[in-house]
Design a protein around this ligand. Structure first.
Ligand code: CU
Length: 125
């Protein structure tokens, strides 16, 4: 039942941002790969800002921004020693991870969040 306040808050945020001309209506942060190669991922309650992300093989830099109200994490499934955590709205975390080319899954490992839809594909080329 606590989804309802989150939806109300999201609607309020949308209303505030309406008309500012940003492509990403839910936040001022743009999901996806920046020109410098950093993969920017936005956390929402409960989901990621995009279904798929891309990166170049090698050292992949992530920036994780929380546009939701509750804590979220970012892990690359099957990859140890990499985890980003954001505690509340506006929090950001960043870090690097070595990835070979392949298809990976990004998930939030807070219990229940992956099942609720916090999962995205990461294609590393
Ligand atoms: Cu989460």
């Amino acid at each position: 039942m606590h989804r309802i306040p989150a939806l109300v808050a999201a609607a309020g945020a949308l209303a505030l941002l309406a008309g500012c001309g940003d492509d990403d209506a839910a936040s001022g942060v743009e999901d996806g790969t920046r020109s410098d190669g950093t993969v920017v991922v936005v956390a929402e309650d409960v989901g990621f800002g995009a279904d798929a992300y891309e990166a170049e093989a090698g050292t992949v830099s992530f920036e994780y921004v929380n546009e939701g109200a509750i804590p979220h994490t970012l892990v690359v499934e099957g990859v140890d020693d990499f985890k980003l955590s954001v505690g509340s709205r506006g929090d950001a975390d960043e870090g690097d991870v070595e990835l070979e080319a392949g298809s990976y899954q990004l998930i939030c490992d807070v219990p229940g969040h992956e099942q609720a839809g916090m999962v995205a594909v990461l294609e590393v080329r």
